[in-house]
Structures are given as structure tokens and as C-alpha cells.
Design a binder for this molecule. Structure first.
Ligand code: R5P
Length: 327
């Protein structure tokens, strides 16, 4: 970066362009930053190809494009790539892909022959499309950061969920990890809310299908409120199976808390029918277009992301924004 573009980077306000997957969140982020949303024209040709145009001059500016690669994942990935390319060709000085939910993260290793390493491929094409940096929230696995050869700021929205628990007046609870793979994260949550920890031993019988084998530490469950923390709720099989098993073992009320509400397939029906009293999610994935059952509450990560954008723009540390949570 030459001295002139460095000067314009820090002296002018950041430019925030929300994509269709994260429009509402992008608007909230702009409100927190005290700036206007930068307009974008996006339309489909009749053969379904996408046309993208940035509506304002962003030459020499510090640009943040907000787009989760949530369902419909392929469309949202392609839109993100086109927005990055448009910003690059419009001579932005620096482009940050802000991906509150990084979809395609689950295939992050070659665990069987002849499979695509989707997380790595998506990281590659985001960089090729013009991203200089990535800002994301609660990656499915922390090592995905290493798939990018550009700087990645990895935010953790756990504090948003913990603040909610601490302000809820809820007492006498135990934290439950919904599977063994999530134990480190759940232990962090347990430490943050000063509660004991139990662990569900979950077995995946097929993709998106799971069953509870046993619960480690179940002697602490009877009569207690249970907080199940997870990184995401997808089909809700994991969390609903766990909630049934926990109630069978004498849990009082069961609360499910997760950063990403993927909520695919029959997730909403399952959650509605489950013994879970309240489901707490964040808005890394937009839920504005679908009616949610009353028991689902959505908290905003806009202040967290706006804080990170401010710090990246001003070349300040991002890590002091959140308490580091091991995975
Ligand atoms: C598993 O590794 C994840 O942390 C979640 O537990 C899982 O992806 C949730 O999936 P589902 O809601 O479909 O059971």
C-alpha cells in the first residue's frame, strides 16, 4: 500500500456495503458506526446470472463488505465474490470481507477419499475475488483461519450469549456441551458463568443425524437449569436430542444458546416441539424473512462487528474486544 492510500484509509470514514444475506445487520452496523450504508445494485438476469454495481464512489476507501454465506449458500457465496470484485475494480484502497457466518466451513479436512476440501476452496476464491482481509465470527473450527493467506480477524460472540445469561436472573444452572468435540468451548462458557459442566456423548449416525449415547457428569443435572451452548443450531437434532436426554435425567428448564442459527430442514418444528424453554441465537445469520417460534430470541452482534471495523480501520487491536475462548 502506498503512502497516499494509507492516508485516505485512516482519514476517511470506513465504507460499509451490506450484501443481501446480511442487509439488516449491515444497517445496524452502520448505525453503530454513525455512517450511511453504501448502496449496491444487485439484480438477476433471466438466466439467473447476478449483476452487481456499487452505487457510490469508493476509490481509495477502506471498504467492508458484509455478507454471511448462509442459505442459499451457493448464491450468497457468489454474491459475495461479485461484490468483492466490484469493489476491487472500483479502486477501493482495502477490502475486508466481513462474513458473520462462514458457511462451507464443515468440510475442513480430507477425512475420506475423493472429497472436496470446501472450506479451503471457498477461502481461496474469496481471496482471488479481491478480499485483502477477512473478519468473521465463530468459525466452525479455528484452523480455518489458516486456509486464508490474508489476515483474518476471528471474533467470538460468546460474550453476547453470556451477557444475556448473566442479565436473565437465571440461577442454579449447569452448562452442558452437546457433544465431546465442543468440550473446550463449553468449559469456557462454564467458567464464564461460574457453573459446573456436563458433556453429552453424541454419536453421528449419518450427516445431520445424531443420537445421545450417554451424559458425562449427569449427577449434577437433577433439579438444575441447564444451559446448552453450541456454535450453531443447524437441523436442531443435536440440541433437541440433548434436551430430551437432559429432561429424562431430571433437568429443570433447558435453555439452548448458539451463535449461528442455521435452522435448516425441520429445525423450527423440532425446536417448537422440544422441551427447550428458550433458544437464544445471534443475528450472524439473518432471521428477518421467516417467522420464528416465540421461544427463539435473537441477539445482535452489530456492536461487536462495528467495534471490530472501527479498530481495523484505525489500526488498533481487535483482540481486546472479546475474551478469548479456546476451541
Ligand atoms: C457440531 O460439531 C456442531 O457444533 C453442532 O452441534 C452441529 O453442527 C449442530 O447440527 P444440528 O443442529 O444439525 O444437529
Amino acid at each position: 500500500m502506498n503512502r497516499l492510500s494509507h492516508y485516505s484509509l485512516v482519514c476517511e470514514a470506513p465504507v460499509v456495503i451490506p450484501g443481501p444475506a446480511s442487509r439488516k445487520l449491515g444497517e445496524e452496523i452502520c448505525q453503530h458506526l454513525g455512517i450511511e450504508v453504501t448502496g449496491l445494485e444487485m439484480r438477476r438476469f433471466s438466466d439467473s446470472e447476478t449483476f452487481v454495481k456499487v452505487l457510490d464512489n469508493i476509490r481509495g476507501r477502506d471498504v467492508f463488505i458484509i455478507q454471511s454465506t448462509s442459505t442459499p449458500t451457493n448464491d450468497h457465496v457468489m454474491e459475495l465474490l461479485l461484490m468483492l470484485d466490484a469493489a476491487h475494480r472500483a479502486s477501493a484502497a482495502r477490502i475486508t470481507a466481513v462474513i458473520p457466518y462462514f458457511g462451507y466451513a464443515r468440510q475442513d479436512r480430507k477425512d475420506q477419499g475423493r472429497v472436496a476440501l470446501s472450506a479451503k476452496l471457498v477461502a481461496n476464491i474469496i481471496t482471488t475475488a479481491g478480499a485483502d482481509r477477512v473478519l468473521t465470527v465463530d468459525l466452525h473450527s479455528g484452523q480455518i483461519q489458516g486456509f486464508f493467506d490474508i489476515p483474518v480477524d476471528h471474533l467470538q460472540a460468546g460474550q453476547v450469549l453470556v451477557d444475556y445469561v448473566q442479565n436473565s436472573g437465571l440461577e442454579d444452572f449447569i452448562v452442558v456441551s452437546p457433544d465431546v468435540g465442543n468440550v473446550k468451548l463449553a468449559r469456557n462458557y462454564a467458567d464464564m458463568v461460574h457453573a459446573p459442566l456436563a458433556i453429552v456423548d453424541k454419536r453421528r449416525t449419518a450427516p445431520n443425524v445424531s443420537e445421545v449415547m450417554s451424559i458425562i457428569g449427569d449427577e449434577d443435572i437433577p433439579g438444575r437449569n441447564v444451559l446448552i451452548f453450541d456454535d450453531m443450531i443447524d437441523t436442531a437434532g443435536t440440541i433437541c436430542n440433548a434436551s430430551h436426554a437432559l429432561r429424562e435425567r431430571g433437568a429443570k428448564d433447558v435453555y439452548a444458546l448458539a451463535v449461528h442459527g442455521v435452522l435448516s430442514g425441520k429445525a423450527l418444528e423440532r425446536l417448537e416441539a422440544s422441551p427447550i424453554r428458550e433458544v437464544v441465537l445471534t443475528n450472524t445469520i439473518s432471521q428477518v424473512d421467516r417467522p420464528l417460534p416465540e421461544k427463539i430470541r435473537v441477539l445482535s452482534v452489530a456492536p461487536l462487528i462495528a467495534g471490530a471495523i472501527e479498530r481495523i480501520h484505525d489500526h488498533r487491536s481487535v483482540s481486546d474486544l472479546f475474551q478469548s475462548m479456546a476451541r
